[in-house]
Design a protein around this ligand. Structure first.
Ligand code: PGA
Length: 250
């Protein structure tokens, strides 16, 4: 049985006061309620230590939004996987569409980032997704399959044992346009079948999140789909009540 996971991606939002208050509120809400899913928050890098500290006695995981593809050295502005480990970060997003389109990160870069994370025992949360043009041209499955295979082809099942995949159609991110539960389920099933080519058992245990305008109204039906194991939540993760409601629907 796969456990559900709800991960919040704060993107470049928040400050010290916001992060401290959010952490306190979320912890209190989760302590007081029966929430059975795993919960993860990905703040901007300057707030990783604050959250790791605030969540140290809880099960809430802290994730980075990105990681360097190199291990150390003259890479101004970068944050290495060993630094994330040093800050008690359990996971890192990689290959988010904003990183791919705005910062030119390619499948090769993403694979190098996986390698760094695997070395440090940090969970890679690999984001994949097609643009609207790619979907309309009928290429969605192929595009997303290629993004996943770019990682699967380079690593062993053992190295990828903690991998999480997040399917995020680019046209649904921050637009209010959620993929329908059927559209999302179809892609998740496809991704799992691609993963089966590497290893059947591993594919069955692989967590595949859906992301793209998830909110407390759409979460329940999305998360009820057989191959959707939770969500990667952007905008709606900035409001603690809304985010908590999403966790409750998982
Ligand atoms: P959104 O973002 O929920 O605001 O659409 C999701 C994401 O980019 O991870």
């Amino acid at each position: 049985m796969r456990r559900k996971l709800v991960a919040g991606n704060w993107k470049m939002n928040g400050n010290t006061e916001f992060a401290a208050e959010f952490a306190q509120d979320l912890k209190a809400k989760l302590d007081a309620a029966e929430v059975t899913c795993d919960v993860m928050i990905a703040p901007s890098a300057p707030y990783l230590a604050l959250l790791a500290n605030a969540f140290s006695e809880s099960n809430i995981q802290v994730a980075a939004q990105n990681v360097a593809q190199f291990d150390k050295g003259a890479y101004t502005g970068e944050v290495s996987a060993s630094m994330l480990s040093d800050l008690s970060c359990q996971a890192s997003l990689i290959g988010h569409s904003e990183r791919r389109t705005l910062f030119g990160e390619t499948d090769e870069v993403v694979a190098a980032q996986v390698s760094q994370l695997v070395e440090q025992g940090i969970t890679p949360v690999l984001c994949v997704g097609e643009t609207l043009e790619e979907r309309e041209a009928g290429n969605a499955e192929q595009i997303v399959e290629n993004q996943l295979k770019a990682v699967l082809e380079r690593f062993s099942v053992d190295q990828l044992k903690n991998l999480v995949v997040a399917y995020e159609p680019v046209w649904a991110i921050g637009t209010g346009l959620t993929a329908t539960p059927d559209q999302a389920q179809e892609m998740h099933a496809h991704l799992r079948s691609v993963a089966r080519e590497l290893d059947e058992q591993w594919a069955d245990s692989l967590t595949i999140l859906y992301g793209g305008s998830v909110n407390s109204k759409t979460a329940k039906e999305l998360f009820a789909q057989p191959d959707i194991d939770g969500g990667l939540v952007g905008g709606a993760s900035l409001k603690v009540d809304e985010f908590f409601e999403i966790c409750q629907s998982a």
